[in-house]
Design a protein around this ligand. Structure first.
Ligand SMILES: Cc1cc2nc3c(=O)[nH]c(=O)nc-3n(C[C@H](O)[C@H](O)[C@H](O)COP(=O)(O)OP(=O)(O)OC[C@H]3O[C@@H](n4cnc5c(N)ncnc54)[C@H](O)[C@@H]3O)c2cc1C
Ligand SMILES: NC(=O)c1ccc[n+]([C@@H]2O[C@H](COP(=O)([O-])OP(=O)(O)OC[C@H]3O[C@@H](n4cnc5c(N)ncnc54)[C@H](OP(=O)(O)O)[C@@H]3O)[C@@H](O)[C@H]2O)c1
Length: 504
């Protein structure tokens, strides 16, 4: 793709429908004399907009933030929506979580870009709520504040050895290969034959897949270059994906399991005894769980001839291990990880998705040099005044309304917990958007003086990265990727991101 079409794609996401005239316009935009004409400066952040326009703030620019903004803008043609994002770049886990070898999932970015380009939508990146502006500032300046700031922490195991080097949360490991600025220096030692991944969710399969996928495949994705280099030298050839419950309770989904089974050069190992008896319950399971269980059973007991042939060539393997809870992480005399000691569990209750694991006195050790803990993400309160349910790690809310706080709402993972795919987050965000519109239109929310919001924006304007600034970063990353034969090479340093954003 030539550079003009690439640049054009930055602005539309759909090069196929670009006319020559539009390309020329974009070329003109990129000529030095035109660059200063940022479209953001003509947006609704200017104080010349009508005084009575209602303004709403959205905190976080992941799927929850953008889908909430989309619903609000669609439902009220007079409303202004300002999106505050702590990083200089938008899109949350779509950019920083979704695996690099799943580019199709990231197509939602085109929808988010359309929302951001709406005249009544403003993006303020590089502004952290709770640090650069307070929640109180926002609540004073806007009719409603919708918190969509996701889950930036992870659950911990609370077992000895968890702090050893090379015992890494999946959250950080994902951040490392996906170019999250704070994770770029993560020390990942892949100089070992065997790795243990703890947890049976889709994130666990993501990290196991990235460890085992041939580098010749990964190098064509937007995986960060530092991770690619480390994976190129990796000695890891065996990955144990270990869960505390059984095959009927796995949290991963069929598409992701199938992908693992078909992974080039890697054999799948599921022990026959772990799936014994499943054939008797399969027919009674709800459809998605039935299909997933059938695949687990078939792979263990009678894999297809295609799979068997594929596995004959395999030089690596991954094993699904059930009914094991980690009790400690072991190390050698040098303090390097040497294995994980597990308690062997049994299941309580009738065979179903809801059975509980109970530990027995039996212990078992799996030797390894790397442990990735993938037992879920966790939200944190961004302000001490925010009602927060610490037990469940979510904002204390009732159907997206923050409890006892008028004008304050939440959507996405921060309100529902760190589970659910983008589609589920979208549904939740749309519902929240409708609720805010309902409260606004029925006169339940205050309309602060417009001056307060303008003052707030004035306060952050030198710091903030606008959506036009982001598009400059986007172009620079795609251009850097093109040189490496990748769709994008993410900039992982905050200062460099800001320099590129402000380049005129
Ligand atoms: C590793 C991983 C892979 C995934 N892969 C898939 C997949 O392939 N397909 C799929 O459908 N779903 C996938 N998901 C699930 C999907 O990413 C989530 O459903 C979705 O991102 C949740 O959206 P959110 O907006 O609630 O949170 P997030 O996407 O996390 O967005 C939150 C945003 O808030 C910002 N923020 C945080 N604190 C502040 C603050 N104080 N001030 C301002 N901004 C702040 C963050 O920087 C971030 O941009 C994956 C999840 C993970 C963890
Ligand atoms: N391709 C995709 O579509 C994709 C990719 C990545 C993520 N996602 C989505 O993102 C969401 C988050 O994924 P996730 O994998 O982080 O979370 P998850 O689906 O909730 O899985 C967490 C796993 O950790 C286990 N676990 C929790 N606490 C534990 C403990 N103390 N000890 C041992 N094991 C423990 C859970 O076991 P129990 O069941 O026993 O609690 C479960 O197997 C999910 O909805 C997922 O589907 C989707």
């Amino acid at each position: 793709m030539n550079s003009v079409r690439r640049i054009a794609r930055c602005f539309t996401g759909t090069p196929e429908i670009l006319t020559w005239r539009k390309v020329v316009t974009l070329q003109q935009w990129f000529s030095p004399s035109c660059r200063c004409r940022s479209s953001d400066s003509q947006k609704s952040s200017s104080s010349s907009s009508p005084g009575q326009q209602c303004c709403v703030a959205v905190v976080g620019s992941g799927p929850a933030g953008f889908y909430t903004a989309q619903q609000l803008l669609k439902g009220d043609h007079n409303l202004i929506v300002d999106i505050y994002e702590k990083l200089p770049v938008p899109f949350g886990l779509v950019r920083f979580g979704v695996a690099p070898d799943h580019p199709e999932v990231k197509n939602v970015i085109h929808t988010f870009t359309n929302t951001a380009k709406n005249e009544r939508c403003n993006f303020f990146g590089n502004v952290e709520v709770g640090r650069d502006v307070s929640l109180k500032d926002l609540r004073d300046a806007y009719s409603a504040v919708i918190l969509c700031y996701g889950a930036s922490a992870n659950r911990t195991l609370g077992i000895p050895g968890e702090d050893l080097p090379n015992v890494i949360s999946a959250r950080s490991f994902v951040g490392w290969y996906n170019g999250v600025p704070q994770d770029k220096e993560l020390q990942v030692n892949l100089d070992c034959e065997s790795a243990v991944v703890l947890g049976h969710g889709n994130v666990a399969l993501d990290v196991a897949r990235i460890l085992l996928t041939p580098v010749s495949i990964l190098e064509k994705t937007d995986i960060s270059e530092h991770a690619l280099k480390a994976l190129h030298r990796s000695q890891v050839s065996k990955v144990h994906v270990v869960g505390r419950r059984g095959p009927l309770q796995v949290a991963f989904t069929i598409k992701e399991l199938r992908e693992m089974i078909k992974l080039p050069g890697t054999q799948t190992v599921i022990r026959r005894e772990d799936v014994e008896g499943l054939d008797k319950v399969i027919d009674d399971l709800p459809r998605p769980r039935r299909r997933l269980t059938e695949l687990l059973y078939k792979t263990a007991v009678a894999p297809s001839s295609t799979d068997t042939r594929l596995w004959e060539q395999a030089t690596k393997e991954w094993r699904l291990v059930f009914l094991r809870s980690p009790v400690q992480i072991l190390h050698d005399n040098n303090g390097s990880v040497s294995g994980v000691e597990f308690a062997v569990n049994k299941l309580q209750g009738k065979p179903s998705q809801f059975q509980k694991a109970v530990t027995t006195d039996l212990r078992e050790t799996i030797k390894c040099g790397l442990v990735l803990s993938s037992i879920g993400y966790r939200s944190v309160p961004l302000d001490s005044s925010l009602p927060f349910d610490s037990k469940n790690g979510i904002i204390d809310n009732e159907n997206s309304r923050v409890r006892n706080e008028q004008g304050l709402y939440c959507a996405g993972w921060v309100g529902k917990g760190p589970v659910g795919v983008i589609l589920g987050t979208m549904t939740d965000a749309f519902e929240t958007g409708k609720l805010v519109l309902h409260d606004l239109h029925s006169g339940h929310l205050k309309i602060p003086e417009r001056m307060k919001r303008d003052q707030l924006i004035n306060q952050i304007k030198d710091k903030a990265v606008t959506f036009t600034d982001w598009q400059r970063i986007d172009c620079a990353e795609m251009a850097a990727g093109e040189k490496l034969g990748k769709p994008r090479e993410k900039i992982t340093d905050i200062q460099t991101l800001l320099n590129v954003a402000r380049r005129s």
